[in-house]
Design a protein. Sequence first.
Length: 308
Amino acid sequence: MTENKHPPQLLDNIRVVLVEPQGALNVGATCRAMKNFGLRHLFVVRPGCELNLDAIKMALHAKDLLQSAKICQTIPEAIAGSVLVLGTANRQGAYHEPNMTVREGLDRIGRDLEAGPVSILFGREEWGLTKEDLSFANGTIRIVTHPQFTSLNLSQAVMLIAYELYQAFGVKPPRKKRQEGNPFEEPPTVEELDRLYKHMFAVLNMCEFLPRINPDALFQIIRAFISRAEARRREINILMGIFSHVDGFMKKYVRHRAGKQPLPGEQPFPPSAGKKEPTAPGEPDPIDGKPPPTGAARRPPKHTSRHS
């Protein structure tokens, strides 16, 4: 079951209206952006370019939107029957009010979208929408940009607003459900977490990672990190295994060979802890790097030669 507070057909009420676009590539890219976010109705008013092969190549798998686009001679023709018309503009002033951010515009669109078509006007690449164009609109929406560079490519502007429309009114993908009956996908119990924390604290203390004065202050950061991660039982078991291996390694190869006594609460080292692995004759010890005893027997290499 998908999480969607709006029925998917609401996006069918959105019209994208390009007013006198000058570039075929931009029109094709607009079709692609629309299809990415579930918009299907494109109106083009007095295009200043031919919707030729360049537009088709740029549209790619959205060429069906390009082929079904409605070519109009006037804005009233493109917005006929709309219950709301919004222009896009970064400027404010006459013919631009009310000038809303995209999020504010979404709230305005949401109040009327179920009642009928909502048209969004996009202007020319070079100078946008004119005052005459905006006289047909009920307000404008602006994409907030860096104040020193506010110009957006036409298809980029369509994509940004189409994305926001889809997030607000489109179909939301279902969340991945945990596998039912799999205990490793369940959250750990407080007892399991407590056992992990005690184990981690003992190992980090043995590694001399935790400070001697108030070590719990640092360890509390680790506990908070694991809590924020919302780890499942699988991750908790992996962490337990990691620290068990560190614990075993420290006892076998580090603390025992250094002649250190076990810390309080540690198990005594077994007699075999730190035992050297056998090495080939003449090879240094893999742990301390020392050569073998000088008296070690070593067979000289056998050489074969035709002249010997």
